[in-house]
Design a protein around this ligand. Structure first.
Ligand code: GDG
Length: 461
C-alpha cells in the first residue's frame, strides 16, 4: 500500500518490445515527466499511468530511483477515443483557446468517462488508508470525483498542466458540468497561473451550484469553492518549474559550434511538434528576415521538433506545413554547402539537448498558448554565465516569471521579427543583465519549490 500516489495519463517510461519480444522501457519525453520524476523519487511514491502501448499492461515494478510504476492498460479503442479523441482533439484545442476547432463527439466522451473510471479504480486499489493522491492534468479531470466516491478517506489533489480557458470558451463544452464535478472531487486544485485559477472560479460560480470565496494567490490557498455537499476545495496558482541540476553542467561549447560549421549565430527551437507551439510562425518570421536581407550572415536556425500525436489530423497538417516551409526557406536562402534551417523531426537524449541549449546564442519559444513552457526555463538554466538570449511568447505561462526575455506576440509575425532582431543586435551587457536575472528566478524557484508548495497546501489545507 502506498501513502503517496501520483496518477497521470502517462508513466514516466514507454514500453516497447525488442525483436525477441522482450519488454524494453525507455524514458518518455514531456514536461510533466520532467517535473514529477524528482519529486516522486524523493517520496518513494507510486506512479499510476499508461505505458504507451495498447498491448496488455505489464505488472507493477519499481524503478532504480525507487518509484513504483503501476501501468494501466488502454485498448486500441480507448487510445483512439479517449487519448487521440476527447483528450487531444476536444480538450487540448478548447483549453488552448481554439487554435484549431475542438471536436465534440459523444462516443469520445463515453471513452473519457470509462478510462477515467479505470484510473480511479486503480488508484483506489493501491492507495493506503488516508493516503495522499495527486492527479495530473486534462486527461484525468474526472478522476478526483470518481476516486472520492470510491475512497472518501483519501486526500486528493489535482493539477492542470495546460491553461484553463476563458469562461466563454469553456462554456462550449457539452459536458462542462460533469468536468467541474470531477475536478471538484479534489481537496485542492492547482493551476500554473492566477489567471487560469480565476477563469476556473468564474466558471464554477456561473455553471455550478457551488459557492466561491476569496482571491487567488500564488503558491498559497486563499480562494475556495464551497461545494453543495459541504466540502471546501482550495484553489491556487502554482507555477511549475524545472529541476535545474542537469542543466548546470559545464559544457564545451566549441563541440556543437564545430558540428554546425562554426557559424556566428545559432538560433534554436525545441518543441513537441504541436500546433500550439507556433513553429510555423517562427519560420515565417525567419523567412521574411531573410527575404528582406535583414538576417545576419553565418546564422543558422536549428529546430528540433519532437514527434507528437502523429495520427491526429491537425498534427499531421502542422507537420506538413512546417516541413514545406523548411524546404522552401532552405531552397531559396541556403547554398550547396549550407542550410539556413536545420530541422530534426526526432527526439534527442537529454545530454545532447543540454549541449544545444548551452551553445545556442538565441532560443526561440513562440507558442500561441502554453500552460508554462519548460523549454524556456531549461534554456535559461543552461546560461548561468549570462550568455544567450531568450525570445519568448507573451502567451507562454513562463512569460510571467521570465519577463526579462525578449517578449513577442506570436500572432504578429512583425513582433517575432522585431524581438528576434532585438535579441540578435542587443549588446552583450544587455543580454547578460537580462539572462542573469532570469537565471536567478529559475534556480531559486525550482521543481521542488513547486511540488512542496502544492503538497504543503494540500496536506495542511
Ligand atoms: C505540458 C504543457 C507545461 C522536448 N523535446 C525533447 C525533450 N523535450 C522535453 C523538454 C521539456 C519537455 O519535453 C517539454 O515541456 P514543455 O513545458 O515545453 O511542453 P509540453 O510537453 O507541452 O508540456 C506545458 C508542461 O506540461 C509542464 O506542466 O509547461 O505548458 O503544455 O522538459 O526538455 N526531452 C528530450 N528530448 C527531446 O527531443 N530528452
Amino acid at each position: 500500500m502506498n501513502d503517496f500516489v501520483v496518477v497521470a495519463n502517462r508513466l514516466p517510461v514507454d514500453l516497447h518490445y525488442d525483436d525477441n519480444g522482450a519488454p524494453v522501457w525507455t524514458p518518455s519525453p514531456g514536461g510533466l515527466v520532467a517535473a514529477l520524476t524528482p519529486v516522486l523519487a524523493q517520496h518513494h511514491g507510486c506512479w499510476i499511468g499508461w505505458p504507451g502501448t495498447t498491448t496488455e499492461a505489464p505488472e507493477p515494478f519499481r524503478t532504480e530511483s525507487g518509484i513504483l510504476l503501476n501501468p494501466v492498460s488502454l485498448s486500441q479503442s480507448d487510445y483512439e477515443e479517449f487519448y487521440e479523441g476527447f483528450a487531444n482533439a476536444t480538450l487540448w484545442p478548447l483549453y488552448h483557446d481554439l487554435i484549431v476547432t475542438p471536436r465534440y463527439h459523444r462516443n469520445w466522451w463515453d471513452a473519457y468517462q470509462r478510462v477515467n473510471q479505470k484510473f480511479a479504480e486503480t488508484a483506489a486499489q493501491v492507495a493506503a488508508p488516508n493516503a495522499t493522491v495527486w492527479v495530473q492534468d486534462y486527461q484525468l479531470q474526472l478522476v478526483p470525483g470518481m476516486l472520492r466516491e470510491l475512497r472518501p478517506d483519501l486526500t486528493i489533489g489535482f493539477f492542470l498542466h495546460i491553461p484553463f480557458p476563458a469562461p466563454d470558451l469553456f462554456r462550449q463544452l457539452p459536458w462542462r458540468e460533469e468536468i467541474l464535478t470531477g475536478v471538484l472531487g479534489a481537496d485542492m486544485v492547482g493551476f500554473h497561473l492566477a489567471s487560469n485559477a480565476r477563469n476556473f472560479l468564474h466558471v464554477v460560480a456561473h455553471y455550478s451550484e457551488h459557492d466561491v470565496s476569496g482571491t487567488v494567490s500564488v503558491r498559497d490557498i486563499t480562494a475556495h469553492v464551497h461545494t453543495s455537499d459541504d466540502r471546501q476545495v482550495g484553489i491556487g496558482a502554482f507555477p511549475i518549474a524545472i529541476d535545474p541540476t542537469p542543466f548546470l553542467v559545464d559544457i564545451d561549447k566549441t563541440e556543437v559550434r564545430a558540428e554546425l560549421g562554426n557559424l556566428d549565430q545559432i538560433i534554436l527551437g525545441v518543441d513537441r511538434l504541436d500546433y500550439t507551439k507556433g513553429i510555423l510562425q517562427r519560420l515565417q518570421a525567419l523567412e521574411e528576415l531573410h527575404k528582406a536581407g535583414m538576417m545576419p550572415p553565418r546564422t543558422v536556425f536549428l529546430q528540433i521538433a519532437t514527434p507528437s500525436r502523429e495520427r491526429i489530423d491537425h498534427y499531421r497538417r502542422t507537420r506538413n506545413m512546417v516541413e514545406q516551409a523548411v524546404g522552401r526557406i532552405n531552397g531559396r536562402f541556403g547554398s550547396l554547402g549550407s542550410q539556413v534551417v536545420l530541422y530534426q523531426h526526432q527526439s534527442f537524449d537529454r545530454e545532447r539537448l543540454v549541449k544545444l541549449y548551452a551553445t545556442a546564442d538565441i532560443m526561440l519559444v513562440t507558442p500561441f498558448k502554453d500552460g508554462m513552457n519548460l523549454v524556456a526555463k531549461e534554456y535559461v538554466a543552461c546560461h548561468g554565465d549570462g550568455s544567450g538570449a531568450l525570445v519568448l511568447s507573451e502567451f507562454a505561462g513562463a512569460a510571467e516569471e521570465l519577463s526579462e526575455a525578449f517578449l513577442c506576440n506570436p500572432f504578429d509575425v512583425e513582433s517575432i521579427k522585431q524581438q528576434l532582431l532585438a535579441a540578435l543586435l542587443a549588446s552583450p551587457a544587455e543580454k547578460q543583465a537580462r539572462m542573469l536575472r532570469m537565471h536567478e528566478q529559475v534556480i531559486s524557484h525550482d521543481v521542488n519549490v513547486w511540488a512542496t508548495a502544492f503538497l504543503r497546501c494540500l496536506t495542511l489545507g
